[in-house]
Design a binder for this molecule. Structure first.
Ligand SMILES: [Fe+2]
Ligand SMILES: [Fe+2]
Length: 133
């Protein structure tokens, strides 16, 4: 069983966004496997950089949708995205100077994605479904 098991409670109903969420879950699993293989040390920097870039792209797409339809929850949603990006950045920096705690970061990423997708993105998804019809 993977570290971060996909399940359909993570579906928000917009295909582009759901596909990207699956990718993010896959990337967390890849990071987890890399950390295990390295005896709980940081994964290869490219893997963290890849997650950072992909998450930034994903957030940009969600934010574009929300802006296009004047989504009322935009501000708080943006703040949550920034918290995720900040955590990944801190992790990247900590890996560079060897002060990182990969297990803690992985738990954060998995917990954040689960809570954000099921608690925040789903509401956006319902709103967008109504507006994209
Ligand atoms: Fe989001
Ligand atoms: Fe999302």
């Amino acid at each position: 069983m993977p570290y971060f098991d996909w399940n359909d409670s993570l579906l928000v109903g917009i295909k582009t966004i759901d596909d990207q969420h699956r990718q993010l879950v896959d990337m967390v699993n890849t990071l987890h496997d890399a950390v295990e293989q390295r005896g709980q040390h940081c994964p290869a920097p490219e893997l963290v950089a890849r997650l950072k870039a992909y998450a930034a792209e994903h957030f940009h797409i969600e934010e574009g949708y929300m802006q296009a339809f004047a989504y009322p929850g935009l501000e708080t949603h943006l703040e949550e995205h920034q918290a995720f990006s900040a955590k990944v950045q801190t992790f990247e920096d900590a890996c560079a100077d060897d002060s990182a705690n990969p297990a803690e970061v992985l738990d954060f990423l998995k917990g954040w994605l689960t809570e954000h997708i099921t608690g925040v993105d789903v509401h956006m998804g319902r709103f967008l479904e109504d507006h994209l019809r």
